[in-house]
Write a protein that binds this ligand. Structure first.
Ligand code: SF4
Length: 358
C-alpha cells in the first residue's frame, strides 16, 4: 500500500486496526478514493491500464471469492517473506534483497541515510519468526496468500512454513501465489508440496529477455532462467504459470521486445505487468517528456500500447531523471558494467537527454 519507508512498523494486528488502515477500508465502503491508494488510482486513470487493485479483484472473482468491503477479518495476505535473494536488481534494495548488502554498506559509508536505515533493519528482514506467529492465527480465514521475497524459492525457511500450513490444515483452503525470479527450477519435493494448496499461481518476475539486458537489470543468468521457465511449464498441472514484468526507466524503451517474448512464452492472457512507482527515480513517468514521446512513437507491438500510455499518467520531474542518470552511473562503476555495452537502447536515451547531468 505504501512506499516501504512509510509502512506501518508495528504488529500485523496493529496494522490492521491502525487508524490509517481503518480509514482506507472505510473509504472503500463509503465509495471515496483514499490517497494511500494513489498508485492504483493513477494507473486506472489511463485508458486500458490495469492497476494492482483491479488485478487482485479480478483474481478473487476468478477464484469465486466474494468481492466485498464489509469483511472485518483478513481474507487475503500479501507476505513479504524475507529478503534472502540471489539477485541484486537495479530497482531493488536491501529491504527486499540480500544481494544489495555490499552496495548498501558502500552507500551508507558515503552518507546515504536510507542505506544506513536499511542496514539497521537488514537482519530482521531475512526472516521474522514473529511475523509467522502473528500471521498463523489469521490463516483460518485467509483464502488468498501472496508470498513475495526476496526470492521465495531459495529462502531456507519457506519449505518449513508451507509444510506447517499443510500439516495444520490451512493449505487446502488457501489459494497460494508465489512470486519467483526464475532462478530455481522445479523439484519433486517442491511440486509435491505446492500441490497440497487449494490452488497455485506461480508468478515469474521477468524484466528483461536477453542475456545482456537481463544481466544488467537483474544480475541473473538469462539462459538458466529461461530454461527454468520451460521446466516449470512442463509442470503446468501444478497450477497457473504467469509472469509479471516490472516496467521502469531501465526497460520501458524495450517494452515491445519484452512483451513479445513473454506473450509467446506464457500466452498473452498470462502476462500482467507492474509499474515501478518507487523509488521515484526509477518511475518511467519521470523520463524527459520528449524521450517518452520517442519511445511511444517507436513502439509497434500491440500489447505495449496500454502500458506505454501510462507514461503520461503524471508529468515528468527533472530531479528524478537526473537522480536516475547519476544512480545508473554509480551502479555501472560499482558493478563494473557498461550501459553502452549491455543496454545500448538505454544508453542512447541517457546520452541524448542528459547533457550536463552526468
Ligand atoms: S529478484 Fe526480486 S527481491 Fe531479488 S533483487 Fe530482484 S527484485 Fe529484488
Amino acid at each position: 500500500m505504501y512506499e516501504y519507508e512509510h509502512a506501518h512498523q508495528g504488529t500485523v494486528a496493529s496494522a490492521w486496526n491502525s487508524k490509517k488502515f481503518t480509514e482506507v477500508r472505510n473509504a472503500f465502503r463509503e465509495g471515496w478514493k483514499h490517497s494511500a491508494c494513489n498508485t492504483c488510482w493513477h494507473q486506472e486513470s489511463v485508458d486500458g491500464a490495469k492497476s494492482q487493485r483491479l488485478s487482485y479483484t479480478a483474481k478473487q472473482h476468478d477464484l469465486g471469492n466474494a468481492i466485498t468491503y464489509d469483511a472485518d477479518t483478513l481474507r487475503t495476505i500479501s507476505w513479504s517473506f524475507g529478503n534472502t535473494c540471489n539477485f541484486a536488481c537495479r530497482t531493488c534494495s536491501l529491504t527486499y534483497s540480500t544481494g544489495w548488502l555490499n552496495e548498501t554498506k558502500r552507500m551508507a559509508e558515503q552518507g546515504d541515510q536510507q542505506a544506513q536505515k536499511r542496514l539497521t533493519e537488514h537482519s530482521k528482514k531475512q526472516f521474522d519468526d514473529v511475523q509467522w506467529e502473528q500471521i498463523e492465527p489469521m490463516l483460518n480465514d485467509v483464502v488468498y496468500l501472496d508470498m513475495i521475497g526476496g526470492e521465495t524459492l531459495i529462502n531456507p525457511k519457506l519449505p518449513g512454513i508451507l509444510d506447517l500450513m499443510i500439516e495444520r490444515g490451512y493449505a487446502k483452503n488457501i489459494n497460494l501465489m508465489l512470486t519467483t525470479n526464475g532462478s530455481t527450477g522445479p523439484t519433486d519435493t517442491w511440486v509435491k508440496r505446492l500441490r497440497e494448496f487449494k490452488s497455485l499461481r506461480l508468478n515469474f518476475s521477468i524484466d528483461a529477455v536477453t542475456e545482456d539486458t537481463f544481466k544488467y537489470v537483474r544480475t541473473g543468468d538469462w539462459q538458466q532462467v529461461s530454461q527454468n521457465i520451460d521446466h516449470w511449464k512442463t509442470q503446468e498441472w501444478v497450477g497457473e504459470i504467469r509472469c509479471n514484468p516490472s516496467f521502469s526507466m531501465l526497460n520501458i524503451w524495450d517494452c515491445d521486445r519484452i512483451l513479445a517474448w513473454l506473450d509467446k512464452k506464457f500466452g498473452f492472457l498470462n502476462v500482467g505487468y507492474n509499474w515501478i512507482e518507487f523509488p521515484k527515480h526509477y518511475n518511467a513517468v519521470n523520463l524527459p517528456e520528449q524521450a517518452k514521446q520517442d519511445i511511444q512513437e517507436q513502439s509497434t507491438y500491440w500489447h505495449s500500447k496500454k502500458i506505454l500510455s501510462q507514461l503520461w499518467s503524471s508529468k515528468s520531474y527533472d530531479t528524478y531523471w537526473k537522480e536516475f542518470v547519476q544512480r545508473t552511473a554509480w551502479l555501472d562503476q560499482s558493478r563494473d558494467e557498461s550501459v553502452e555495452k549491455l543496454m545500448p537502447g538505454l544508453a542512447t536515451i541517457i546520452h541524448k537527454y542528459s547533457k550536463g547531468t552526468q
